[in-house]
Design a protein around this ligand. Structure first.
Ligand code: TYM
Length: 332
């Protein structure tokens, strides 16, 4: 594949629910970047097994995620969309990068600290070296940008450090990637605890919106959203719940925050919550319809990820070959 545009790489874990946070922080921006960049997207299934999975469910979740990405507008005519485990070079480069990453660097990762606290009975080595696999994902494709939500920023900084270290030790090998994090939607907050990010692993299902939630569920979750006791719709520091609702509204309707605030002047929180819920449901409806379509056309989905993996593997191999040569392996 001859590269004419700058390249973008990103990935998402098939760990079950796909949330409005995933959509606003990542997927929605992936769709938009497809014209300007050569885009490569992966289902990060190797990352997902750092937490124990039921095999049948992992397979189902991977397929659902692929169908959902196609439904949101990832276009296989423009972009590659495949499973990380289908391109063996990811695991191979990850091993090499493990040897260029310090234990101290990995111990500082907040996601490792959070996840090991949450899964105290399974703090496996994969969980610890998770960020080096991420670095391998990105560096294999010489990605110029990596569109992600804010929670991935620390991992991207480490990827940049690893790339620079390798380049300085040998010679220019990797492109040092830039994070691409949107202001509005880069960190969507939980509807129940608006000081914490919206997460699919939230034990309280009212905290997150799943992209597959039906309209009545979406509206009910927004109606229950935690706000504050001031009863004025304003966007300012300290109003985490309201700021989150206004941000979500602004992203799904395309209106500015200022216009959204004006729209709710003199209105109560009840009006705001209902209107935001309705706007989100309306925005997700066509996506949900397309999702149903792709779930009924699994052969097509399989064709997309198989073809994409073949192309991705060729790109990845050319980087891996250079890396193997630079570190001193004999060429076969
Ligand atoms: P994952 O699967 O947890 O999330 C996928 C994407 O969704 C974003 N995101 C959010 N954005 C805004 N607000 C939220 N509440 C929110 N929750 C999630 C994440 O930032 C992410 O962009 N390790 C990665 C997957 C990965 C990857 C990569 C990403 C593997 N290799 C290489 C980039 C490059 C992860 O677990 O994302």
């Amino acid at each position: 594949m001859e590269q004419t545009k700058k390249r973008s790489f990103s990935a998402i874990q098939p760990s079950g629910t796909i949330t409005l946070g995933n959509y606003m922080g990542a997927i929605r921006n992936w769709v938009k970047l497809q014209d300007e960049f050569e885009c490569i997207f992966a289902i990060a299934d190797l990352h997902t097994i750092t937490v124990r999975q039921e095999p049948a469910k992992l397979r189902a979740h991977s397929l659902e995620l692929l169908a959902m990405l196609l439904a949101t507008g990832i276009d296989p005519e423009k972009s590659l969309l495949f499973c990380q485990s289908h391109v063996h070079q990811h695991a191979e480069l990850a091993w090499v990068l493990n040897c260029y990453t310090q234990m101290g660097e990995l111990s500082r990762m907040t996601q490792f600290k959070d996840k090991s606290a949450k899964h105290a009975n399974n703090i496996n080595a994969g969980l610890f070296t998770y960020p080096t696999l991420m670095a391998a994902d990105i560096l294999l494709y010489k990605a110029d940008i990596v569109p992600v939500g804010e929670d991935q920023k620390q991992h991207l900084e480490l990827s940049r450090d690893i790339a620079n270290r390798f380049n300085n030790t040998y010679s220019d090998t990797f492109t040092v990637p830039e994070p691409y994090i949107v202001k509005a939607g880069g960190r969507v907050m939980s509807l129940q605890t608006p000081t914490a990010k919206m997460s699919k692993s939230d034990p309280n299902e009212n905290g997150f919106i799943a992209l597959t939630d039906p309209e009545d569920v979406i509206i009910r979750k927004f109606k229950r959203a935690v706000t504050d006791s001031e009863a004025v719709v304003e966007y300012r520091e300290g109003k985490d719940g309201i700021n989150n609702l206004l941000t979500i509204y602004s992203v799904v309707t395309g209106k500015s925050i200022e216009d959204a605030v004006k729209e709710f002047e003199g209105k109560g929180y009840g009006d705001l919550k209902l209107t935001v819920g309705q706007a989100v449901a309306a925005h997700l409806k066509p996506i949900q319809e397309k999702y149903e379509y792709f779930m009924k056309n699994k052969d097509y989905v399989a064709e997309v990820y198989t073809k994409s993996a073949d192309i991705a593997s060729k790109i990845a191999q050319s980087t891996l070959r250079k890396v193997y040569k630079k570190v001193g392996f004999l060429q076969k």
